[in-house]
Design a protein around this ligand. Structure first.
Ligand SMILES: Cc1ncc(COP(=O)(O)O)c(C=O)c1O
Length: 377
């Protein structure tokens, strides 16, 4: 008998002209952080998402960092951020000396609760202590309630940063994720819906933000023939070779989203009527890319906890992952303020992300479902 193969949570899926474009990049001689593939990838992404500018960067974290850097915040100033997310959403606030304030999720989308945000902004305005920015996350491929959040931010003139790292290909009322903020962030790390192995993009309609991001990502060189610097810069630019991979991946985005949505539907068919299993809802305003298929387990009804299931899957070489541990529960952010927290705490306690790669086969899926059910006592 052959040993069962490992099933990963969300592995890379090369399914187009990646090699061809990498070859072209080699032929062009641009084996560096400048070149035609970067320009083409930036234009293609900007067009796909519907923004004026896109700046290719070494990671999604770098994109978030540059957006926050561009705001020139002062030490101790607050930036609001979704609590239910990966730490990369919040870390750049701290790089810049800001203080994160974590906002809880709503149950209908698992994303930042727009009512809580609005209430908090109103209170902050009364105190004369508005945050310098709001970072809202489109979790697991599903948009937050972006119009409501944007309206609240606009009312108080607080810039909105949309962390769409997980949501390329998703839409909100027909419009692309990653086009609602003043700054919008995508990630192309190895587990994202499209990957360049590592990489990110800052997308925006603001020419000044795009220009600042380009400048700061290339060590902030002044326009002078000698190397002169008036600001502190970073080495954050995307490589031209990696952009070639991204360009080919982007061409296949619709196929990749369709495969992930199909995974979700298959899981729901197999597990949706099992007592104690509840899938992440799709909010009525949008279409999720279903980057990851996530569900909640009620241990009393299902007969096993989230951890029982995860460990059972791990013992069978199937990678599953708890839903993000909220930022307000993280030791590193223990001293930060949180607004609410019960919803995200519950989602974390009971939530599991199942293998969701766009290259998951029918037989992989059946194996996951079989082991999932076998975890019951
Ligand atoms: C919500 C979110 N924000 C930011 C990031 C950071 O992206 P990167 O890994 O490209 O730095 C990620 C993924 O890693 C993410 O899931």
């Amino acid at each position: 008998m052959t040993a069962a193969k490992q099933i990963f949570l969300s592995p890379p899926h090369m399914n187009g002209r990646e090699r061809l474009y990498v070859d072209k990049a080699f032929e062009s001689g641009w084996i560096t952080t400048v070149g035609p593939q970067i320009e083409a990838f930036e234009s293609a992404l900007a067009e796909r998402v519907g923004v004026k500018y896109a700046v290719g960067l070494s990671s999604g974290t770098a994109a978030l960092h540059l957006a926050i850097r561009a705001l020139e915040i002062n030490r101790g100033e607050e930036v609001y951020c979704s609590t239910l997310t990966f730490s990369a959403s919040a870390n750049p606030i701290v790089y810049e000396g800001g203080r994160p304030v974590f906002i809880d999720s709503d149950r209908s989308s698992w994303n930042m609760d727009p009512n809580l945000l609005d209430r908090e902004l109103r209170r902050a305005a009364r105190r004369g202590k508005l945050p310098r920015a709001v970072i809202t996350v489109d979790l697991y491929g599903q948009c937050a309630d972006l119009e409501a959040i944007r309206e609240s931010c606009a009312r108080y003139e607080v810039p909105l940063i949309e962390d769409a790292a997980e949501a390329l290909g998703a839409t909100y009322r027909g419009r692309s994720a990653g086009s609602f903020g003043w700054g919008n962030v995508f990630s192309f790390n190895g587990n994202k819906i499209i990957t360049t192995s590592g990489g990110g993009m800052l997308a925006t309609d603001d020419a000044r933000l795009a220009e600042t991001a380009r400048l700061l990502s290339t060590q902030a060189r002044d326009p002078a023939p000698h190397y002169q610097h008036s600001r502190i810069g970073y080495n954050y630019r995307l490589s031209n070779i990696l952009a070639a991979i991204g360009l080919a991946q982007l061409e296949t985005l619709d196929r990749l989203v369709a495969a992930r949505r199909r995974n979700f539907e298959q899981y729901r068919k197999a597990l949706g009527s099992v007592d104690g299993v509840e899938f992440m809802p799709e909010a009525s305003y949008g279409r999720s890319s279903r980057w990851l298929t996530c569900l909640l387990i009620d241990p009393a009804r299902f007969g096993a906890t989230r951890e029982d299931v995860r460990l059972r899957l791990a013992s069978k070489k199937i990678e599953a992952r708890p839903v993000w541990k909220p930022m307000h529960l993280q030791p590193v952010f223990a001293r930060c303020r949180a607004v609410g927290g019960d919803v995200s705490e519950d989602l974390f306690a009971r939530g599991l992300c199942l293998p969701s790669g766009s290259n998951l086969t029918e037989s992989d899926l059946r194996r996951v479902v079989g082991e999932f059910l076998a975890a019951r006592r």
